[in-house]
Design a protein around this ligand. Structure first.
Ligand code: IVH
Length: 682
């Protein structure tokens, strides 16, 4: 039916027919919303769904008196409000008692047993969603009112805002739909992925971002204009049937099933546990899985299953006695910035670090947190004296989420990045286009200490006992000015340092001597060449085998190594071009430090000086394998053919490079001839 036709039909439609069709359309749309938003398994294509909504809108436009508040078209229909109306909760929305450990959970069970001697308890466990508690009222199956928790007794009416949450049913199904009045409770939250997307959008628009999904969800539910809420990606899990008079329900588990059957989103991780052992295992499993949940959960809510037990246990004014929240280790905390220090790294990079009033986070006491660089400090506007929200999630290094603006002291000044190295007073410099300031003094003792610490670290020369305190003294006394000095240290001398007994001096000297045999890869990592970390060091060692060969290599040779780009190549060449660095290497070699990598072929390198170009695909080997073979035998692989090219190795579908070779008279090899050459050569 065309649209014009549809309108014509609408105008002639009887009111009674329209009412019937409206009911039908709304039911179908509710059904599809349920499949899409609650079960995430839509049955119809978007176009088909859109057609239903369009028909509904047109019919409602023709019969405005038939529009109902729970119609799918009314999800964003509310008018902006001046203020939220207070709502007195019929049953108080209580808090939960907390358990921090399995022992606390056992104690909870012991309390239950004391209160109801002889009872056998089963439990229901649910993720504790870090969102906003809400209470929803349905009258004869229709959503009539939604409220925030507020202070637990009186909340705020946010019906229009809650309607915008597409997974919240406007019309119930099953036994709950028949009741005069039903109250359910749950948590409104913002999924993590949507939160990240929202923040990206806000950031691009130059607007302030939210610190976490909970704050974003809180902001959205308390919008005065429901149209704004509708644009914020909220969702909800329902977990409590707080009032369903007249319905026989024996357990929380049954209540959850009723919620599910009525069309509510119920957390799929809800589980029934027959014993406290099972509860404890559930808590451990969920804590391990918390990063994979897609939403923030800060613990597990453990509830006694039998409603008869719940009734007999009752509540305190603060919390029900039949439930407890097992809290995961905290990941966010607030603390104050006592100072901002600038630390000097091994290559002279100056890193600002916030010194914090110590605070425990996920089982670790945090005293420092990196502020990364000048731009980061400016972006977050972190100042000395500020209260900051810090987070440490999983393996992530702690970081400042944001400053708590309301708690900024009136005299807090913006942080001024120093233009001198705080350690040596040398000139600090921020190169154009870089985020970092650097100390330009190569003799800076702070850099030296950092370099020594790195030199001895586990993945570099692995020198046990070369701790910060020793390094500090060796540098301050001028005894160690560069790496090779370490290898001249004698036991007596080390024993003369503060807090060094004879035995520990022996251990350190022995560890230093033992580090001589670590091999080229570790040595290259240890030298602290800019842009050369463990992986690049391994690639270089595997490729060149000895320090001499590496020193002889030019930028182009280096850049040919798979995994090493031109910037790294340039950095390596620049490092070894420096006379001081060359002398360091020579002295290390003189001290007996191993300059080769064990296991790297040191056989003949007969292709030395020969230049190859690879083109087309070879039948029996990949291009990478061919390149590796040439390089291992000392040859070079370049990208284009010139008169200086010795060989072009051409496979299937070779293109213009083959033409160039012919034109310039360069020898062309197929795979067989190439392999012959390498065999003759070796
Ligand atoms: S049950 C009487 N179950 O945690 C029933 N609460 O700290 C008490 N919460 O106010 C609530 N997930 O907002 C319950 N699965 C869950 C929950 C949950 C999150 C919130 C709720 C409550 C707060 C208590």
């Amino acid at each position: 039916m065309s649209r014009a036709n549809a309108r014509g039909t609408l105008a002639r439609m009887e009111r009674a027919d329209a009412a019937q069709r409206l009911t039908e359309l709304r039911e179908r749309i509710h059904h599809h919303d349920y499949l899409y938003y609650v079960e995430a398994r839509p049955e119809v294509a978007d176009a088909e769904y859109d057609a239903l909504v369009r028909e509904l809108r047109e019919l409602e436009a023709a019969f405005p008196e038939l529009v109902t508040p729970e119609s799918p078209t009314q999800r964003v229909g509310g008018q902006p409000v001046e203020a939220f109306r207070p709502v007195a909760h019929r049953v108080a929305m209580l808090s939960l008692d907390n358990a921090a450990s399995p022992a606390d959970l056992r104690e909870f069970e012991a309390r239950l047993a004391r209160a109801l001697p002889g009872a056998a308890f089963a439990y229901v466990c649910e993720p504790k969603i870090d969102g906003l508690g809400v209470a929803l009222l349905y009258a004869r199956g229709r959503f009539v009112r939604g409220a925030t928790r507020g202070d637990g007794r009186v909340g705020e009416e946010i019906t229009a805002n809650l309607r915008t949450i597409r997974s919240l049913p406007m019309v119930l199904r099953g036994p709950l739909a028949a009741l005069e009045e039903v109250e359910v409770r749950g948590e409104v939250y913002m999924p993590r992925a949507e939160f990240a997307q929202l923040n990206r959008g806000l950031e691009e628009a130059g607007e302030p971002t939210f610190a976490n999904p909970r704050n974003a969800a809180a902001g959205a539910t308390r919008q005065k204009d429901p149209a704004v809420t509708a644009r914020r990606p909220l969702d909800a899990f329902l977990y409590h049937l707080s009032s369903a008079p007249g319905l026989p329900v024996a357990s929380h588990w049954e209540a959850v099933e009723l919620l599910r059957g009525a069309g509510f989103r119920v957390n799929p991780r809800t589980a029934r546990c027959a014993s406290m052992d099972e509860v404890i295992a559930y808590c451990a499993r969920l804590e391990a899985a918390r990063d994979a949940l897609g939403y923030d959960a800060d613990g597990v809510v453990v509830k006694v299953d039998a409603l008869e037990h719940q009734r007999r246990l009752g509540s305190t004014t603060h919390h029900p006695r039949w439930a407890i929240a097992f809290k995961f280790a905290a990941r966010q905390a607030t603390t104050t910035v006592q100072a901002i220090e600038v630390q000097v790294g091994k290559t002279g990079i100056l890193t600002p670090v916030a010194k914090l009033a110590p605070v425990e986070l996920a089982g670790v006491v945090i005293r420092n947190v990196s502020l990364h660089n000048e731009d980061e400090i400016r972006r977050k506007d972190v100042r000395v004296g500020d209260t900051v929200l810090i987070e440490r999630a999983g393996d992530v290094i702690p970081y400042v989420v944001q400053v708590v603006a309301a708690r900024r002291p009136s005299d807090a000044e913006p942080f001024q990045f120093p233009d001198r190295c705080p350690a040596c007073g040398g000139v600090a410099f921020r190169p154009e286009g870089e985020a970092y300031w650097r100390c330009t003094n190569t003799a800076c003792p702070a850099q030296l200490k950092e370099r020594l610490r790195h030199f001895g670290s586990r993945r570099a020369m692995d020198i046990e006992h070369l701790g910060e305190a020793v390094i500090e003294q060796l540098v301050e006394r001028g005894r160690v000015k560069s790496f090779p000095d370490l290898y001249d240290l004698g036991v007596e001398e080390v024993a003369g340092l503060e807090r060094h007994a004879q035995k520990s001096a022996e251990n350190l000297v022995q560890a230093i001597q033992a580090s001589k045999g670590r091999g080229l890869a570790r040595l290259l990592n240890a030298l602290g060449i800019p842009m050369v970390g463990e992986r690049v060091a391994q690639l270089l060692a595997a490729r060149f085998g000895t320090m001499d060969r590496l020193l002889a290599a030019g930028e182009r040779d280096l850049a040919e190594v798979h995994g090493i780009g031109p910037r790294i190549a340039a950095s390596v060449v620049a490092f070894f071009a420096d006379a001081t660095n060359r002398e360091v290497v020579a002295r290390l070699a003189g001290a007996g430090v191993e300059m080769a990598e064990a296991g790297v072929d040191e056989g003949p390198r007969p292709l030395t000086g020969k230049t190859f170009v690879l083109t087309g695909s070879l039948p029996g080997m990949t291009r990478d394998a061919a390149r590796d073979l040439i390089q291992r035998l000392g040859g070079r692989v370049v990208g284009s053919v010139s008169r200086k090219t010795d060989y072009v190795v051409a496979g299937e579908a070779a293109g213009s490079k083959l033409d160039d070779a012919r034109r310039l008279g360069v020898a062309v090899l197929d795979e067989a001839a190439f392999l012959d050459l390498t065999r003759q050569a070796s």
